[in-house]
Ligand binder design. Structure first.
Ligand SMILES: [Zn+2]
Ligand SMILES: [Zn+2]
Ligand SMILES: [Zn+2]
Length: 193
């Protein structure tokens, strides 16, 4: 019934209102993915720092290992600000939320059950995310001390994915045009500042 009503309404809203709703939906989606990629990156770095510190207790770190550790620790210090800025942008979008059938459709799709739906899992697998494997990361809440978003599908910053694919991001310069297009979608979820 709700879906039928929405379809009916979609015929009658003005082009301008439709554009506003679709634009808002895209911005809201991008901001959420950005937030999730910030959290995934932070979790990944914390795990690496912990492992490196553990190693340093049993053996002398090489110069390169020590430098990496310092870089990770330095990057970790930036996350309070990054996350704070993301929350401000997100709240601004929430306050500016337009009303209408396209936005209501978004609300329906962002519920937890919808996030873990078969379709979303397939999309995650298609991007090379954890849903392609048996690890079950997407079904578990993210181990973060920060509140709010705990569930989501992999971004390019997912530590489990990085460890599995064996590299951080594809080297674009070396790819052909066709491959570039294929990777483009996956790269959309890479952390950008
Ligand atoms: Zn995983
Ligand atoms: Zn993953
Ligand atoms: Zn997933």
């Amino acid at each position: 019934m709700a879906t039928r009503l929405r379809r009916f309404e979609m015929h009658f809203v003005s082009g301008n209102s439709k554009r506003m709703q679709i634009k808002w939906r895209q911005q809201r989606y991008d901001e959420s993915r950005k937030g999730f990629s910030i959290l995934q990156r932070e979790v990944f770095l914390k795990e690496d720092v912990e492992a490196r510190l553990k190693l340093s207790r049993t053996q002398q770190l090489t110069d390169e290992q020590a430098k990496e550790l310092r870089d990770w620790q330095k990057e970790l210090e930036t996350f309070d600000q990054k996350y704070w800025l993301h929350r401000r942008a997100l709240y601004k979008l929430i306050l500016e939320k337009p009303k209408g059938p396209w936005v209501r459709k978004w609300d329906a799709c962002s519920r937890r059950e919808a996030v873990l739906s078969q379709k979303q899992r397939m999309l995650c697998a298609a991007r090379g995310g954890c849903c392609e494997r048996e690890c079950g990361c997407c079904e578990r809440p993210l181990k973060t001390h920060r509140a709010n978003i705990k569930y989501g599908h992999c971004t390019m910053e997912c530590g489990c994915c990085i460890r599995n694919r064996g590299f951080y991001k594809p080297e674009f310069e070396r790819l052909g045009t066709g491959q570039k297009r294929e990777y483009n979608q996956a790269l959309t979820w890479r952390l950008r500042y």
